[in-house]
Design a binder for this molecule. Sequence first.
Ligand code: NAD
Length: 496
Amino acid sequence: MTDVPYEEWRRRAARLSPHTGHHIGGAFVPSRDGATFPAVSPRDGRTVADVAAAGAADVDRAVAAARRAFDEGPWPRLAPADRKAALLRLAGLVERDRETLALLVSLEMGKPVAEADGIELRALIGCLRWYAEAADKLIDESPRTDAASLALVTREPVGVVGAVVPWNFPLTMAAWKVAPALAAGCTVVLKPAEESPLSALHLAALAAEAGLPDGAFNVVNGHGETAGRALGEHPGVDVVAFTGSTEVGRHFLRYAAGSNLKRVWLELGGKSPNIILPDAPDLDAAADTAAWGIFFNAGEMCTAPSRLLVHRSVAGRVLDRIVDRARTLAIGDPLDPATEMGPLVSARQRDRVLSYLEAGEAEGARLRAGGPPPGGDVGYYVRPTVFDQVKPGMRIAREEIFGPVLAVLEFDGVDEAVRLANDTDYGLAAALWTSDLSTAHRVSRALRAGTVWVNCYEEGDMSVPFGGVKRSGNGRDKSLHALDKYLDLKTTWIAL
Ligand code: NAD
């Protein structure tokens, strides 16, 4: 894929004809009232397609289809091995259409096409296969009780799952909900972000082709305040699995409280600290990873190491290397194979990030790299940005920016570093660089985060859970633990 030239990518992109309806009950349908919204590409601000925009009536139709498929349809009643086979067929079709899906992701949200293929599609296929394989390995329990009775503890699918996801990894985030929910025997209504409906719709078409029963997997497109809210408030939805901002996570808790008390699983934002101690095994590697971590995916990463806490004695060396990387990173069209960092997802997101650059300077941080966007008005680009002399109370040190903006704070002692690291409302991830085993254990225990990386960043595997604490959320995606979100424990007593 990497040897396809730029011109050819552009030709292939121009030939795409994306699906644009909602996918409900096994077929593409328009909105009841005919409403649409433009799917705009951040690479040039042009509309790729006009996509059906769901209102409450469309969400109701999708939930009804999922409800029927769950209450009366074959999916929850299939032998687990048959659900596994269907999900493996879906993974195979994704593999077949890998390039189309990668192009759709790249066009709709601006990820370099090689990363869309190498990271996003790889994650989607891996996740579908992993949960497919798990589907027929779930075992129920029969605890030992008294001799006159038999107790069975069975794991029952919870019902209809509403999955609401963001645009930064549109297919991976969807897969982390949809794959375990389907493997568990639930049916699903997915609402992708309004910035990234096209890849999700293609996935729905492949699910139908793979032979998933009608209504088992539905996709409704549209805005958060309408489609997302209608799903959150719908009494026919048993569980909401949400990934997105902390602010919208709060809305889902309110929707649940005001409707049927559906269970709500939240994977939310972050402001992750990355602590570099002077005894890091390789300071240059620590600096390179810090730079990679904050600029990868244009900083649109929930786990981005956006707060670098570096020991004063090595701050100069580490920072020079990061600033150098920021200045040399190739920013450009995500369809150009030479591009290392594409645009931000939307004009709104670009303006939001630029407002933090103003706030950083206004509050007295020093801009070491970055500044105004490159190259005129075409596309929503922001330069990789580094601020040093950041104080813990500044907005750029406290708020999730979700862009390529690094805030650097210096410290003198390990305890001070831990205090600074934990001085945040968030608790998604944290990292530490040290050669001392005791320090590694002591500090990783003290850090309040769902994931702590020692001498690495963004390590992950399907078998390892992922999620946050504090205002970064509650549930865990990935691993066998994620299946628990989509399974209820049912107890049956039988008198013998
Ligand atoms: P967002 O919260 O604005 O939107 C996420 C989803 O919620 C979208 O589908 C959107 O349409 C919907 N939505 C928005 N407003 C809504 C409302 N009022 N009611 C119902 N639904 C609504 O987030 P985003 O801008 O798409 O994504 C960025 C956020 O996602 C960041 O905070 C990032 O940290 C977080 N994120 C977290 C993880 C994780 O695993 N913890 C992973 C990726 C992204």
